[in-house]
Design a protein around this ligand. Structure first.
Ligand code: 13P
Ligand code: SF4
Length: 388
């Protein structure tokens, strides 16, 4: 039985989301071409035609948070880890159209060959979390660690949701990139090579991994605030810490609360709470299952008919899951939380425009990472791909 409460319209959803952080990532980027109107009744047919005309020259990747209207044209769908691997595994495709956000397209550019071009259909599709760590801030933090005498024994680990610059920093400094599906392995890898970890930029994924997976205590994790001198920490605090968490978070997952978990448990007897590890520590601790988007899909695929689920992740994915499993009761963990507004920027008009431009011999919205940054970032990404 699907007990789906129709979510708010996109416009309402964006209002509910409180655009502060996301508006920053969108940087007022206008489409450089002429977008077809959303009211064009032939958009699906146009996308189909343009994609067919391009044939094997184009490979379309779709993150699980993308809209249905876009996902239907993806050659593969996946979480950030799977998409990074899939991008790297398609050397024959001339164009990789990335239906996701900017940091994913950057990683795809780094992992693909020099003759391949990566296209992001809307350049405004950034990520508020990735924007919370700038290279200059991370270099300052590293200086603070050096002054405290611990930089040489600290291994930096960055979440995939960070700019290529930050991945480059990590690659240059003996560190590794991770995603939500391999953060535990990445952190263990780092502790085999150093005494401390600097975890960027998602404090929640870092804390959840350190405490709930590696068994460290909350006191062994300190929070580095890039807006304060030396992160708001004393040299002694930096020396005593095992994990230095960057003060960043996801504006979507950060909205789920412990009250949401308590409320749904009261309302739906026997409900299973399944959340993404970008959620806060108290939410993750109170949940029954925690994992990446790919994991969430797998758990629901394997769940028995008739079981009840409250899911704490982005709405497009939860909606799709509810429709795909009419025999299970699937609801959203928090009634007002909504779409990731930047993921949602990739809509059918932008996809049609990008595919038609490519079919016409023009390359729109190409994402390129400069060679030096790419080489350093590739080191961090390759270390991730080689994790056991
Ligand atoms: P995963 O797809 O790796 O689970 O990450 C979710 C996310 O927030 C991507 O931005
Ligand atoms: Fe960034 Fe959060 Fe959106 Fe993922 S869901 S792209 S982390 S803002």
């Amino acid at each position: 039985m699907v007990t789906w409460v129709e979510p708010p319209s996109t416009a309402t959803a964006l209002l509910l989301l409180g655009r502060g952080a996301d508006a920053e990532t969108e940087k007022g980027v206008e489409c450089p071409g002429e977008l077809p109107p959303a009211s064009d009744l032939h958009l699906v047919e146009r996308a189909r035609r343009a994609k067919a005309a391009l044939g094997d020259r184009v490979f379309v990747l779709g993150h699980h948070y993308q809209r249905d209207e876009v996902i239907q044209f993806a050659d593969v769908t996946g979480d950030s880890f799977k998409l990074a691997r899939d991008a790297a595994g398609r050397p024959g495709a001339e164009f990789i159209v990335f239906c996701g956000v900017h940091f994913m397209a950057e990683s795809a550019d780094i992992l693909t060959g020099p003759e391949q071009r990566v296209i992001l259909p809307d350049l405004g599709a950034g990520c508020s979390m990735a924007d919370m760590a700038a290279l200059v801030q991370v270099e300052k933090a590293w200086d603070a660690l050096a002054e405290a005498g611990v930089a040489a024994t600290t291994v930096p680990v960055t979440y995939m949701n960070s700019s290529a610059d930050i991945k480059g920093f990590v690659g240059r400094n003996g560190g590794v990139v991770c995603t939500s599906s391999n953060a535990e392995r990445a952190m263990r890898w780092a502790f085999e090579r150093g005494e401390k970890v600097l975890f960027l930029p998602d404090q929640h994924l870092g804390r959840n991994t350190a405490v709930l997976k590696l068994g460290l205590s909350l006191e062994e994790c300190v929070l580095y605030d890039p807006h304060k001198p030396t992160g708001g920490l004393t040299p002694e605090q930096l020396r005593d810490a095992k994990v230095i968490l960057w003060r960043g978070h996801c504006s979507v997952h950060g909205r789920f609360t412990l009250d949401n978990v308590t409320e749904v448990r009261k309302r739906v007897p026997g409900v299973n709470v399944l959340v993404h590890p970008e959620c806060r520590y108290d939410v993750v601790t109170a949940a029954d299952y925690v994992g990446s988007t790919e994991y969430i899909i797998k758990v629901l695929d394997e769940a028995p008919s008739g079981s009840s689920w409250a899911i704490g992740t982005e709405l497009n994915l939860v909606r799709r899951l509810a429709l795909a499993h009419p025999d299970k009761q699937i609801s959203f963990l928090e009634r007002n939380v909504c779409y990731c507004s930047t993921m949602n920027r990739i809509d059918l008009p932008h996809l049609v425009w990008a595919l038609e431009e490519l079919a016409a011999g023009r390359v729109p919205n190409q994402i390129t990472v400069d060679a030096r940054t790419a080489a350093d970032a590739r080191v961090g990404l390759d270390r991730m791909l080689a994790l056991p």
